[in-house]
Every structure is written in structure tokens, then in C-alpha cells.
Design a protein. Structure first.
Length: 427
């Protein structure tokens, strides 16, 4: 069995990292797995990407070109808009044919990498791992409070169009026409995203399986806290609140505003003296952001062992997102024995068990987010129980071996029994 993963990138971004981990996990199982990407950052010989300078330059330009039609909607801010149209031509079909896979696994394929209509040109059965909501919307990656993806989109609040026949409806219509006869099985990393896919007008009759993202638990594991802090030059005598800030200040979905309010509430409640904040995924900003605590900015980390060191150094990890397809930073933190505080929302509900390995705050209460942080930190014996359960949760449900095994069985079933379109999973 030969599997080919299609992804805009191999290790750049959370969805790409999840795809690459699965690719490696399948190889460890003995499955012949390859990746075809638009941008390659690894030195993995089983990952294929455009080699010519022209193709590389075009790949850089495509995300900008893909957004050009949005300029007809002056009410929307293109620089902050998370919306993909995928109308540009691509050369994927002949490249896929050259690699002769038995089955295709799509991942995050936006940014001009894969044109919507190209899926109908691919002859192999397709498994599509959804890393956000884009596949079943009129172009947005997360719906926020809009439910128009359950009908046919249009009148898009992101576009501020006020028109049922706007660009979002055009994208939806293209998907509905191009994908109606393809051999497609969907996989989501969380039950929340599966429910959304099942309620969508595009995928309501498709098979949807839930397979959580996996981790290499030999790399993501608890490390000695004192040593981790010494190596990262962090204080030994403080409780440390950790936050991953990649894209947080520019994306309201990441919940940075609620985090700021929660931390200020905590600082006014007597926690300031013995608690610091640690931020990774961001360098210290030129214009200082007041978080109410002394803040340590660690910058960017690009390898798993360094990230495991960061998680192990902290006492609690905060993931204040309002919507997450899964919540990879949350599972990584739990793997390292660090409890997680989040909102009781979306994909994070599959990862964080309330008052067992962390705390799920009321949606979207900054005050209860602060309560959750305090609850995790204020009792040392309770923290030890939370930490042990955090690691257990990952070992039971989120190992890379388990994820890879589930995917390999799904591939084998699809190849052996053929298309089961319309049969829904019990997940």
C-alpha cells in the first residue's frame, strides 16, 4: 500500500506538522508513505516539492494572487481575513500520477496549492484530514458565529457583502459541483469538527471518522523542571504560566484578548509576587504588552525536544482559543505533564478533561479563565494528580502509534471494500 499526503507545506505551521507526523508514523509501521507539498522545509527525501526557481517563486506569489478577487469587497480587511478561494490553476494531477499512490491523504491544501476543481482529476480514493473548516465552507477557515455553511453560504459576514450570490457562494458552488462524484472519506481530529462536517451542506452525506492527532511520546515527555528552567534561563522560584503566541495577537480566534483580561484579573488577586508568564512563538515586542506579570519571551522553537523542554518548565499551559479543530499545543503540553487551562469549547474538549488534567473555563469568560489558572496552581498535591493524568491521557489516546494504526486500517478498508460514501461513522 502506497500513501501520498498532499499538503501546502511539510513542517511549516500546525496543520503541516500534524501531517508530517502522521507521514512519519506510517513509515514506522512499515507503510510506504510519501508527501507532495508546495513548500518543503525539511530534508526528508520522501517529501517532494517543486524544484525550479520559477515554480518556487510562483508558490510564494500564489497566496497573494488567490486573494485578488477579495478586493471587490472593500468592507473586509484583506490583511486580517482568513478566507481562501483556491481558483488558481495547479499542476498537481500529473505529479500525483508520477508517484503512483494507491490512496491519497489530503491535509491543509490552501494558499493556492490545490485548485478546488483538481480533486475531480485525481483517480485514487481520497482521505481528507480536516485541520479546519475550509473544506465545507464558502472559503472561511473558521465560521465564528456564522452557520451559513449548513446551507450554501452567501451573504458572508467576513466579506460584509449583504448579497446571497457573493464570492463565498461562488466558492461553495464550485465545491458542490466539482466534488459530487469523487471517492472521498473525511477524517477529523475532534468530535466537534466531525459534527460540523456532518451538519454542512457539502458533507452531510459523507463518511466522517474521528482520529485524533498523534504525538511522539518519546520526544514529548516530562523532563526535570529545574533542569528545563536552567537551560531556558527561567526563574526557579516562580510558578510559570505558559502561552504559545504564534499568530495570537493578529487572530481573534486565538483568544489573546481574553487571556490579557484573565492575567490582569489574576495579578490583582495577589498572584503577581510568586508567578511569571512565559511566552513562546514570539520575540519580545517593540511596544510592550501589559500582561500584569513579569513576562519572559522565548522566541520561536523549531524542534520537538526544545518544545518539550518549554512545556516541562511550566506549571500550567493556557490555550484560550475560541475555536480549535484539535489543539495541538494542548496535547503537547499534557504529554509533558503540564496541565492545560482552556475554554469549554470545540476541539479542545476532546483533550482537556475538566478538573482531571486541567480546567475548562466557561465560554468565553476571562474571569473563569483566571479562576482555572488559580485552581491549577494553588494546590501542589492536586497539581501532581493533574500532571499524572495529563500524561496518562496522551498515552491512552494521542500517541503517534495509535493514530498511524487507525489511519492504516482506514486506508486498507477503503482499498479493500471500495467507496463507502454516505455511510457515517458511529464516532
Amino acid at each position: 500500500m502506497q500513501v501520498l499526503h498532499l499538503s501546502t507545506s511539510d513542517i511549516s505551521g500546525g496543520a503541516a506538522i500534524a501531517a508530517y507526523r502522521l507521514h512519519q508514523g506510517l513509515q514506522h509501521l512499515g507503510v510506504t508513505s510519501q508527501m507532495l507539498v508546495g513548500k518543503k522545509s525539511s530534508d526528508d527525501k520522501t517529501v517532494f516539492a517543486p524544484k525550479s526557481n520559477f515554480s518556487k517563486a510562483l508558490g510564494i506569489l500564489k497566496p497573494t494572487l488567490d486573494c485578488l478577487p477579495l478586493r471587490f469587497y472593500p468592507g473586509c480587511d484583506i490583511t486580517r481575513l482568513s478566507l481562501s478561494l483556491e481558483w488558481l490553476p495547479d499542476r498537481l494531477a500529473p505529479k500525483v500520477a508520477q508517484l503512483t499512490p494507491d490512496i491519497l491523504n489530503l491535509h491543509w491544501v490552501c494558499g493556492g496549492f490545490l485548485r478546488i476543481e483538481t480533486l475531480a482529476k485525481l483517480n485514487q480514493p481520497i482521505v481528507w484530514t480536516l485541520h479546519d473548516m475550509w473544506a465545507f465552507t464558502g472559503g472561511c477557515h473558521y465560521n465564528q458565529d456564522c452557520d451559513r455553511y449548513t446551507s450554501s453560504c452567501g451573504n458572508c459576514p467576513l466579506l460584509q457583502s449583504g448579497n446571497n450570490w457573493d464570492l463565498s457562494h461562488w466558492v461553495w458552488q464550485r465545491k458542490a459541483k466539482a466534488w459530487q462524484n469523487i471517492n472521498l472519506t473525511l477524517v477529523t481530529p475532534s468530535h466537534w469538527l466531525a459534527k460540523c462536517a456532518n451538519s454542512s451542506s457539502l458533507f452531510q452525506d459523507r463518511r466522517v471518522e474521528v482520529i485524533p492527532n498523534g504525538l511522539d511520546t518519546e520526544q514529548y515527555k516530562p523532563m526535570d523542571k529545574r533542569l528545563a528552567r536552567e537551560l531556558l534561563n527561567l526563574p526557579q522560584d516562580k510558578q510559570l504560566i505558559l502561552f504559545g503566541a504564534i499568530g495570537a495577537t493578529s487572530d481573534s480566534r486565538k483568544g489573546f484578548h481574553q487571556l490579557q483580561l484573565a492575567l490582569k484579573h489574576l495579578s490583582q488577586s495577589g498572584w503577581q509576587e510568586n508567578t511569571d508568564v512565559v511566552v513562546f512563538g514570539s520575540s519580545k515586542p517593540e511596544n510592550s504588552i501589559d500582561l500584569g506579570f513579569r513576562t519572559h519571551y522565548l522566541g520561536y522553537f523549531h524542534d520537538d525536544i526544545a518544545l518539550a523542554l518549554v512545556y516541562s518548565a511550566a506549571n500550567v499551559m493556557i490555550v484560550p482559543s475560541t475555536q480549535e479543530a484539535f489543539g495541538q499545543t494542548a496535547s503537547e503540553s499534557l504529554a509533558c505533564g503540564t496541565p492545560v487551562v482552556c475554554f469549554d469549547s470545540t476541539g479542545l474538549k476532546d483533550i482537556v478533561e475538566h478538573e482531571r488534567n486541567g480546567y475548562r473555563a466557561k465560554c468565553f469568560s476571562a474571569e473563569d479563565l483566571a479562576n482555572g489558572i488559580a485552581w491549577v496552581l494553588q494546590d501542589g498535591e492536586r497539581w501532581q494528580h493533574l500532571s499524572r493524568r495529563a500524561r496518562e491521557k496522551v498515552e491512552q489516546e494521542f500517541t503517534l502509534e495509535l493514530q498511524s494504526y487507525r489511519y492504516s486500517k482506514l486506508y486498507e478498508e477503503i482499498l479493500h471494500f471500495g467507496d463507502r460514501e454516505g455511510i457515517k461513522s458511529s464516532n
